[in-house]
Design a binder for this molecule. Structure first.
Ligand code: MN
Length: 254
């Protein structure tokens, strides 16, 4: 078994360290390759670097474990690995453990989830795993759950263009696991205008951490809010099929 581990928080983030540690502990005979962006690339979306070269450095984690650090996006890291930079065939990609949940519309921004998307485009099953805290760094429970999920996913397989998006609540104990659908995130960003030393305005987009429609039962935000580990199967086909007949009925034929 050959597992590729990545993380959009960068190769030196504590979440990727916890993940590779748990995978090494659970699968001592497995080949585990670590490849992630050199610096934090959270919320860069599914970015593909086409107009710049990509560079890769060999680095060591705090315990001496070898890792590959690349200059591109999280999706670039997966792409580089699966296109041949890593010579051995990869059986599964695990992306995480991310600092902060990735639920609802987050999946379109998330480097954690888009790294997994890149993997399933290559036909390699993938799990994205995120810890629903922006400050607490107890990544072990998420890393252990990822280790539990890996052989099950390899055993059952995933449909094409499908990944599993896992969110771990920030709790000491979990109520269990819920298979969920994407819920609704509520963002609290504001446009903040400041001035540089020359008097030219510049802008920040930011604000309080996102919340969600936690009362909508069966969703990722609901499950995590209630203390369940959430698993959402995510498909890359974003078609709103129920709306297609209406669009087809519009007066738009040339
Ligand atoms: Mn991140």
């Amino acid at each position: 078994m050959h597992i590729l581990v990545t993380n959009d928080d960068g190769v030196f983030a504590p979440g990727i360290f916890a993940l590779q540690k748990a995978l090494h502990a659970n699968f001592p005979d497995a080949q585990i390759t670590i490849m992630a962006p050199m610096v934090n690339q959270s919320a860069v979306g599914h970015r593909k670097t086409l107009r710049d070269p990509l560079r890769i450095d060999q680095v060591k984690m705090v315990d001496g474990t070898l890792a590959h650090a690349c200059s591109g996006s999280p999706a670039d890291a997966v792409s580089l690995a699966l296109m041949g930079y890593i010579e051995d065939k990869v059986d599964i990609v695990v992306s995480g453990v991310n600092q902060g949940g990735n639920m609802g519309q987050d999946v379109t921004y998330s480097g954690t989830v888009t790294a997994a998307m890149e993997s399933v485009i290559f036909g390699v099953p993938a799990i994205a795993i995120s810890y629903d805290s922006y400050t607490d760094q107890e990544f072990e429970a998420g890393a252990d759950f990822a280790a539990r999920l890996v052989p099950v996913v390899l055993d059952h397989g995933l449909p094409e263009y499908t990944l599993l998006n896992v969110n771990i609540p920030c709790r000491d104990e979990f109520k269990g696991v819920q298979v969920t659908r994407q819920g609704k995130r509520l963002y609290h960003d504001r446009l903040i205008v400041r001035e540089d030393p020359q008097g030219t305005p510049y802008y920040w987009i930011g604000g309080d951490r996102p919340t969600g429609e936690v009362e909508e039962e069966g969703t990722d935000v609901w499950a995590v809010d209630k203390g369940y580990i959430s698993i959402t199967p995510i498909h890359l086909d974003l078609t709103n099929a129920s709306f297609s007949p209406e669009v087809a009925g519009w007066d738009i034929q040339p």
